[in-house]
Ligand binder design. Structure first.
Ligand SMILES: NC(=O)c1ccc[n+]([C@@H]2O[C@H](COP(=O)([O-])OP(=O)(O)OC[C@H]3O[C@@H](n4cnc5c(N)ncnc54)[C@H](OP(=O)(O)O)[C@@H]3O)[C@@H](O)[C@H]2O)c1
Length: 261
């Protein structure tokens, strides 16, 4: 699919694994110039080795986006590598799942750091630069857990709900400056994160993770979890000019599991 993203400057956070890596690969395949951010050099090197052939060599930046100083350094390094950023895709989440009786106030605070601030600290810098320049698109990979509360995902779900509000609010605030801000809410997507959720539910219920996965898939109207590449395809569309009048949208990608409007 060619959507006019050739040579565009794209910053992808959480790009060493899972959905973020699938996004980095999809933008590179479109001919975009990509900077990939995650905490681990080892993971980033493995991710770089898996990138598709592209006109531009992707650049990797190691940074822990929970830390404001590291988030700023990552944006500065990306801007040095790319020039002005045209597209920001955020997928650097790590909110832990807990059985409800293992929750503590600290767990809720940690989830806001891991999922909310790791996005906001990057978005705050990038959206201002995009606004000053008069163009740009942001796609936040958030999660249906921010809409539909799950007992094993309450702190992460609360962070996701806050990110949805920030997405629609920033879309309204920066629309007049030419910046579009959208989000994708994946449901279950086959990445390492799903294994973590299955393990937490296994601790809570005493059932085997494979059995929980099979039951989970049975309940999804589309009959299976999403592939990371399916989420990436929508991120690429939302970031492209093909979606030039889409802003403030939260796109559910849960296989129709939550039939709410
Ligand atoms: N998979 C699902 O079923 C699902 C469902 C709903 C929502 N989501 C959301 O989608 C996003 C991506 O999920 P995923 O399943 O792709 O996760 P994943 O496979 O665990 O990948 C997460 C990525 O974020 C990076 N990362 C984590 N913490 C970071 C930090 N503090 N600073 C910089 N990079 C960081 C990780 O790299 P390093 O370890 O190298 O730092 C990795 O590249 C998350 O926000 C998640 O909540 C996923």
């Amino acid at each position: 699919m060619k959507l006019g993203l050739e040579d565009r400057a794209v910053l992808v956070t959480g790009a060493s694994k899972g959905i973020g890596l699938a996004c980095a690969r999809a933008f590179a395949a479109e001919g975009a110039r990509v900077v990939m951010v995650s905490r681990s050099r080892v993971n980033l090197d493995a991710a770089l080795a898996s990138m598709p052939p592209s006109a531009h060599r992707p650049v990797a930046v190691e940074a822990d986006l929970v830390r404001a100083d590291e988030a700023k350094r990552a944006v500065d390094e990306a801007t040095r590598a790319l020039g002005a950023i045209d597209v920001l895709v955020q997928s650097a989440g790590a909110a832990k799942r807990y059985p409800p009786d293992e929750l503590s106030a600290q767990a809720w605070r940690d989830a806001m750091d891991a999922k909310f601030f790791s996005y906001i600290q990057v978005a705050d810098l990038v959206v201002r630069a995009m606004g000053a320049r008069g163009r740009g698109a942001i796609v936040n990979v958030i999660g249906q857990g921010g809409k539909v509360a799950s007992p094993v995902h309450l702190p992460g779900g609360a962070a996701n709900a806050a990110l949805m509000l920030a997405t629609t609010g920033l879309a309204a605030a920066y629309g007049p400056k030419g910046v579009r801000v959208n989000a994708i809410n994946p449901g279950g997507t086959l990445t390492g994160r799903v294994q973590e959720g299955l393990a937490a539910e296994a601790r809570m219920t005493g059932r085997a993770p494979d059995e929980i996965l099979a039951r989970m898939q049975e309940r999804i109207p589309l009959g299976r979890l999403a592939a990371p590449e399916e989420i990436a395809a929508v991120a690429v569309f939302l970031a492209s000019d093909a979606a030039s009048y889409v802003s403030g949208a939260i796109v559910p990608m849960d296989g129709a599991s939550n039939p709410v409007i």
